[in-house]
Design a protein around this ligand. Structure first.
Ligand SMILES: Cc1ncc(COP(=O)(O)O)c(C=O)c1O
Length: 350
């Protein structure tokens, strides 16, 4: 691997007390090019601009996929990665669906290791902080014919991050727009999925909601997910989350919460959830909690869900399960409790 280090780190110019999500980048990035049918030697260089021409395919047809994962600092100051190989596998699943060549385990692992070795200082040790890691692949061939590219660029950048939603959020159930349809790319982290969500989300923001709850594209009767989170309800004392399909992202935090809840003896159901079921539970005073899960937000409590003109405020009977599970997850991520699931990898072990 070629490594070009930055002359002087920018870290001293950063106010870690005021970190906007996703706007501050660490010193280095990894770049790897796919040309003539193979991925070439990766390179690490100072974080900065990429040079692409106006005819670059991704700009015209959106052939691009990405991942979002996090590293944490233990109290002893060691960098820990959370389930990063799950992200690697999902990146390749997304790539395959978008007709993008997959990345080898060797390029992904060694590239990540070298990059994090250089920039681990960017991960703050205090509670609530993490280093957000963004691997992505885009079509970098120069051609404006509507076709899959023959050239691609794989990049990893990292960004220090802190709490995403400082308080519980208010969401609205979407009845007109759709995020993903059957047979489409909703299960993939395809850039275009996010592009098409911004307009409806802005409309919801204008009405005072933080996020949308997406429903199925065919009938808008079933709950799917919310923003960049999988969604959960506590109905009675049971946790219910929509079952996976090709229009829902198979969240790694979702998988983790299922395991952690079961470990606590909490009943979890993964199944189709009708919007009507949520309304009925609310009217029966049985809708106790709602929360979203995702890498950026970890576990984010949802205060209210609006459907048409009905604002359902969570009854919140008993202790918050969302907050208990959030703590369980964060304790594993920070290496504070035994990692019985084998989710955490020390950087030095990659
Ligand atoms: C659409 C969507 N759903 C759910 C999630 C949560 O997935 P994960 O827990 O793997 O971050 C994300 C974020 O990655 C997302 O973009």
């Amino acid at each position: 691997m070629i490594i070009n280090r930055i002359k002087e780190s920018k870290i001293h110019n950063i106010d870690f007390g005021k970190l906007p999500f996703g706007k501050v980048f660490s010193d280095h990035m990894l770049i790897c090019q796919y040309k003539s049918g193979k991925w070439h030697t990766p390179e690490i260089r100072p974080y900065g601009t990429l040079s692409i021409s106006a005819g670059t395919q991704v700009l015209h047809y959106g052939q691009s996929v990405f991942e979002g994962m996090k590293a944490f600092k233990s109290d002893a100051g060691e960098l820990l990665l959370f389930r990063y190989m799950d992200n690697y596998r999902r990146l390749n699943q997304s790539a395959t669906r978008l007709s993008i060549p997959v990345i080898s385990e060797n390029i992904f692992k060694t590239g990540l290791k070298e990059l994090l070795n250089l920039d681990s200082d960017w991960c703050n040790k205090e509670d609530g902080y993490a280093l957000y890691i963004r691997p992505f692949i885009f079509a970098s061939g120069e051609c404006i014919k509507a076709s899959a590219s023959t050239e691609y660029t794989f990049v990893i950048i990292t960004s220090p991050s802190t709490v995403y939603y400082p308080k519980a959020i208010d969401v609205i159930i979407e009845e007109h727009y759709s995020r993903a349809s059957r047979g489409g790319v909703g299960f993939a982290k395809a850039a275009g999925n996010y592009a098409s969500s911004f307009y409806p989300t802005k409309q919801a923001n204008r009405k005072g909601f933080t996020q949308i709850i997406w429903t199925d594209a065919k009938e808008h009767r079933y709950i799917e997910e919310s923003g960049t989170m999988n969604i959960w309800f506590r109905i009675g004392n049971k946790l219910v989350t929509p079952e996976l399909s090709d229009s829902i992202l198979d969240g790694i935090t979702r998988r983790s919460i299922i395991s952690l809840a079961k470990k606590r003896g909490i009943e979890v159901e993964e199944r189709k959830i009708l919007v009507k079921e949520i309304l009925d539970a609310y009217h029966q005073n049985n809708l106790n909690e709602c929360f979203g899960t995702g890498t950026a937000v970890t576990v984010s409590p949802i205060d209210s869900i609006t459907f048409n003109s009905i604002r359902m405020v969570m009854a919140q009977k008993g202790e918050s399960i969302a907050l208990k599970l959030k703590k369980d997850l964060q304790d594993i991520q920070k290496g504070r409790i035994e990692d019985t699931f084998n989710w955490v990898t020390f950087l030095k072990e990659i």
